[in-house]
Write a protein that binds this ligand. Sequence first.
Ligand SMILES: [Zn+2]
Length: 104
Amino acid sequence: MIVLWGKKTKILETYQDEDTICENCSSNSVSYFVYQDYYHIFFIPLFPILKYGGMYCSNCDNSHIHTINSKLSEYERRTRTPISMYSFPIIILIIIILNLLGVS
Ligand SMILES: [Zn+2]
């Protein structure tokens, strides 16, 4: 049996921040992104691993990933990992519970 598994990245949240000035073009069209890496089996999320941030300027297409600054750290803290990141273990748990209850 072939098991499809691997690592994927999902954008959890996008934050428009008009207080941030782009270091490249000095425009205030900067967005912050919070990403989450996770492992999957058959494209069903198994568990999350790394959460990190990036920023993007829509005016000059300047972008940085794995950026470290205080504002981005705050956005990363504010963004919660969705429970859907644990879909595979939840499905397995439900199957086990249904089997224990004798439902099939
Ligand atoms: Zn820019």
